[in-house]
Ligand binder design. Structure first.
Ligand code: FEO
Length: 381
């Protein structure tokens, strides 16, 4: 459900300690490339240990082939990881389960394991290289970004901010409470480097992305409205534009995102720091336009919080769509602004005025909500 317009990387890490250790592998089609890159440094059969931080197939798909090629002494994963890897690969290779807080002596260096269950799979864990103060963070602090530069300090900050935000909004958002707890936990670790399984490595100022995560995990409402809609004969589009005009007159940052130009993962990225979301759909066969049903299904799973919602849409005969969306948003625990707005056939001037009024109403409510959140935060609530 997530488009990776800027590509991605599958990062696996080789630690040249006394016990040579490979952290994670890659997606199955890239196993030969991984072996070839390892062979440019050491003979792959010299690898002693493999650590599987995360059983999802983009990091473990190549594991059976790498085990076969390398014949490591041991392969470590969390207890849930051991179970998940067995269930994926149906192999009888003896994996070693590690517990939260366990350490592993790799000769001249030490690895410490921290379980991060549901960040974002039940098996997930991160591995801390104690002497180098380096956190192998698997998916956490990652982004889908293929770039000619390997390190964050060589990569454009705005680009990384957008892609890290997109990653958070589309992968980690439902687990924001757990992210906040993990951030508290790692406050006790001195971290010089964060090495994720996707995207650039933070070898300088890793606190930059930690700060971003802290902000996103809080899910504070921003003074921003996202208007996501689809349209059949352009009438719902006219409504969207009039709502946007009303909100912008009130000084609220407004993103108008037609589904035909914006995919669901781009919309979720904008919703992450928005305080208000308006969703519009024409009515088709007494129901939602399929692209809007798709967006709602995707968004519900990601559980965005602290939003005010509004709904709108044009219709020809029955006009249920805006009410159906309103029910869905209510079910997500969002506060609804105004009644579901519906317009028969094509909005005239009076209908456009109602849309502008709705935009102003949303702007007022989202501004109040932001002020309340600011006061609560200032008072430490
Ligand atoms: Fe990059 Fe959850 O796998």
């Amino acid at each position: 459900g997530y488009t990776t317009n800027r590509g991605t990387t599958y990062n696996a890490y080789l630690i040249l300690a006394d016990k040579i250790t490979l952290i994670d592998t890659v997606k199955s089609p890239f196993k030969d490339e991984l072996l070839s890159r390892i062979a440019s440094v050491i003979n792959p059969v010299d690898i002693d240990y493999i650590i599987s931080n995360h059983a999802e197939m983009d990091h473990s798909g190549a594991l059976p082939a790498i085990i076969e090629a390398v014949k490591p002494e041991k392969v470590f994963a969390s207890a849930n990881g051991v179970k998940a890897l067995r269930e994926h690969f149906h192999f009888d290779y003896e994996l070693v389960a590690v517990q939260d807080g366990d350490t592993l002596d790799i000769g001249n260096l030490t690895l410490k394991f921290l379980e991060t269950r549901m960040l974002h799979w039940p098996d997930s864990m991160v591995t801390y290289l104690v002497e180098d103060e380096l956190l192998f963070s698997q998916d956490g602090f990652g982004m889908h970004l293929a770039h000619s530069k390997r390190f964050a300090d060589e990569t454009e900050l705005d680009l990384m901010l957008y892609e890290a935000k997109k990653y958070y909004a589309n992968i980690l958002l439902p687990y924001s409470g757990l992210v906040a707890k993990l951030l508290e936990r790692i406050k006790g670790l001195s971290i010089k480097t964060i090495a994720p399984d996707h995207g650039p490595i933070w070898r300088k100022e890793p606190e930059t992305i930690v700060r971003w995560y802290r902000q996103w995990a809080e899910q504070q409402p921003g003074r921003k409205l996202v208007i996501a809609y689809d349209t059949m004969w352009h009438s719902t589009a006219l409504m969207a534009q009039a709502i946007a005009d009303g909100a912008m007159e009130s000084g609220v940052d407004t993103k108008v995102m037609p589904l035909r130009a914006s995919d669901r993962s781009a919309i979720m990225t904008e919703i992450l720091d928005a305080g208000a979301v308006a969703i519009g759909s024409p009515t088709i066969n007494n129901g939602l336009f399929p692209t809007i049903a798709d967006l709602l299904t995707y968004m519900k799973g990601l559980k965005p919080r602290n939003k005010v919602g509004a709904t709108f849409g044009s219709y020809g005969w029955s006009g249920e769509a805006s009410s159906i969306i309103a029910q869905e948003l209510h079910g997500m625990g969002w506060e609804l602004v105004g009644e579901p707005l519906r317009v028969k056939f094509v909005p005239d001037d009076a209908a456009k005025q109602k849309c502008r009024d709705l935009g102003r109403l949303i702007a007022t409510r989202v501004s109040e909500k932001c002020n309340d959140a600011g006061k609560a935060s200032a008072s430490g609530d």
